[in-house]
Write a protein that binds this ligand. Structure first.
Ligand code: PLP
Length: 419
C-alpha cells in the first residue's frame, strides 16, 4: 500500500498498488516526481482545454485570492459570479438566460434533472419520467447514475437507481430507430425530459453520431413538450469542434450542463443553464416553489474568476483556429488506421479521435484495457482506453509531432504491445 491513505477514483488498488506521483504540469505535459515527462493525451479526464496551467487562468486565480474566498451564495452575490453568468449567457446557445452554479459535472446533471421535475410540478402538470440514450454517461451520483447506462460501474447501487426510458444509440444506418423510439416514449406527453450527450458519448466508448439526429431529437422533444437537457460536460468548450456541440445541430436546449472545460480545466466549477420558462416556473411568492438545491461551494469566487479568464482566452486568443487545426490533425492522423485490420470503427469528431482494437473480449473490463494503459505509460503517454476503445482527446496546445508520437505508439500497440 506504500503507506498512502488515498483511495483513488475508478481504481482497483489490489491490481494497481503504486502509481506515479505528478509534481508539475505544463501545456500538454505532466512531470513525475522523478522528472519523467508524460504526454496528457486525455486532458486529465477531459478537463484541460488550452493546456495545463495556462498563465492567464493561473493569474486570475492568484488575483482572485487577493480579495475573495468562498462566500455563501444564498442571499448574497459577488462580482465574479455575476460577470461569469452574463458571459455564459452571451456565449451559450440562444435562450439559455439563467445560470445555476454547482461544482462538478455530476452535480450539474442532478441540478438539471431537479429543474426539469420542478418545472412540471410548479406549472401544475407534474411529469417525472426521464428519457435517456443507450450507453450514456452523466456522472456517478445516484441521480446521474440513474440516467446513465447500467453496468459493472453501478451494479452494486442498482437498487437505488430510478427507472428511466432508454432510446437506442443512433448507430450509423440505424438513426431512424432512435428517433422512432423517442417518438414512441414521448407520445403520451408524460416524459419530463430527454438527457443526452450531444454528438459524442464519452464514457460509453467515445461513440459518435451526427448532428442531424440531435436536431431531430430536439424537434420531437418540442412537439411533446419534453424538456431537452444537453449534457455538454465533456463536449463543451470546443471538444467537438465548436464551443458547444449543440451549435452543430443548430439547436438550443432547454437546459445545458457544463463543467470540465468551464475553467479551462484548472479548478472545479459547474453551471446548469436554463431557459426563462424554467426559471419563471420557480419564480413565485410561494416559497414552496423555490428551487431547493445548493452545495456549500456554489459559485466559488476563485473558480468563477478562473472561468472568466477561460472565456477571455476564447475571446482574445485564436482558440477556434487551434481547435480547427487540431480537429484536422486528428482526423488525418487517425485515418491511417481506417483500413487496418487490427482496428475497427476508426472515427473522429472535432478534437476527439477514437478507434477500437480488435480483440475477442471487448467491453470496459476487457483484459486489454489495463495492459494498453501500462503499455502507453511505459512510452510516456497518458492514454486510458475504455476497454478496447483507444481514444485521443488532448489539450488544444498539443503539437503535430506530439500527436505523431501518440499515433506511432497506437500502431505499435496494434502490432504487439497489447497482446
Ligand atoms: N457528464 C458527462 C457527459 C461526463 O463525461 C462526465 C464526466 O466524465 C460527467 C457528466 C460527470 O462529471 P464529474 O466527473 O465532474 O462529476
Amino acid at each position: 500500500m506504500n503507506g498512502s491513505a488515498v483511495w483513488h477514483p475508478f481504481t482497483q488498488h489490489a491490481l494497481e498498488p503504486a502509481m506515479p506521483a505528478i509534481a508539475r504540469t505544463e501545456g500538454a505535459w505532466l512531470q513525475t516526481n522523478d522528472g519523467t515527462r508524460i504526454l496528457d493525451a486525455i486532458s486529465s479526464w477531459w478537463v484541460v482545454t488550452h493546456g495545463h496551467r495556462h498563465p492567464k487562468i493561473m493569474d486570475a486565480i492568484r488575483n482572485a485570492t487577493e480579495t475573495l474566498d468562498q462566500v455563501i451564495f444564498a442571499g448574497l452575490t459577488h462580482e465574479p459570479a455575476e460577470q461569469l453568468a452574463s458571459a455564459l449567457v452571451d456565449i451559450a446557445p440562444a435562450g439559455l438566460d439563467w445560470v445555476f452554479y454547482s461544482d462538478s459535472g455530476s452535480t450539474s446533471v442532478e441540478v438539471a434533472l431537479k429543474m426539469a421535475l420542478g418545472y412540471f410540478r410548479n406549472i401544475g402538470a407534474p411529469r417525472s419520467r426521464i428519457v435517456v440514450m443507450e450507453h450514456g454517461y452523466h456522472g456517478d451520483t445516484i441521480g446521474a447514475m440513474s440516467v446513465g447506462a447500467r453496468g459493472v460501474f453501478n451494479a452494486a447501487y442498482e437498487p437505488l437507481l430510478f427507472d428511466v426510458d432508454t432510446i437506442p444509440f443512433p448507430a450509423a444506418g440505424r438513426e431512424q430507430e432512435t428517433l422512432d423510439a423517442f417518438e414512441t416514449v414521448t407520445r403520451d406527453g408524460q416524459a419530463a425530459a430527454l438527457i443526452v450527450e450531444p454528438l459524442v458519448l464519452g464514457a460509453g466508448g467515445m461513440l459518435m453520431y451526427p448532428a442531424r439526429v440531435l436536431a431531430e431529437l430536439k424537434r420531437i422533444a418540442e412537439r411533446s413538450g419534453t424538456l431537452f437537457i444537453a449534457d455538454e460536460v465533456m463536449t463543451g468548450w470546443g471538444r467537438t469542434g465548436t464551443l458547444f456541440a449543440c451549435e452543430q445541430a443548430g439547436i438550443s436546449p432547454d437546459i445545458l450542463c457544463t463543467s470540465k472545460g468551464l475553467t479551462g480545466g484548472a479548478i472545479p466549477l459547474a453551471a446548469t443553464l436554463a431557459t426563462d420558462a424554467i426559471f419563471r416556473a420557480h419564480y413565485s411568492t410561494d416559497r414552496a416553489k423555490t428551487f431547493f438545491h445548493s452545495s456549500s461551494y456554489t459559485a466559488n469566487p476563485i473558480a468563477c474568476a478562473a472561468a472568466l479568464a477561460n472565456i477571455d482566452i476564447w475571446h482574445e486568443e485564436p482558440v477556434a483556429e487551434r481547435v480547427a487545426a487540431l480537429s484536422r490533425m486528428q482526423s488525418e492522423k487517425v485515418a491511417r488506421f481506417s483500413e487496418d485490420p487490427r482496428f475497427e470503427n476508426v472515427r473522429a469528431t472535432g478534437t476527439i479521435a477514437a478507434l477500437e482494437l480488435r480483440v475477442g473480449n471487448a467491453g470496459y473490463l476487457a483484459e486489454v484495457g489495463p495492459r494498453l494503459r501500462a503499455f502507453f505509460l511505459g512510452r510516456g503517454l497518458l492514454v486510458r482506453p475504455l476497454g478496447n476503445v483507444i481514444y485521443v482527446l488532448p489539450p488544444y496546445c498539443v503539437t503535430s509531432d506530439e500527436l505523431d508520437r501518440l499515433y506511432e505508439a497506437i500502431d505499435e500497440a496494434g502490432a504487439s504491445g497489447s497482446r
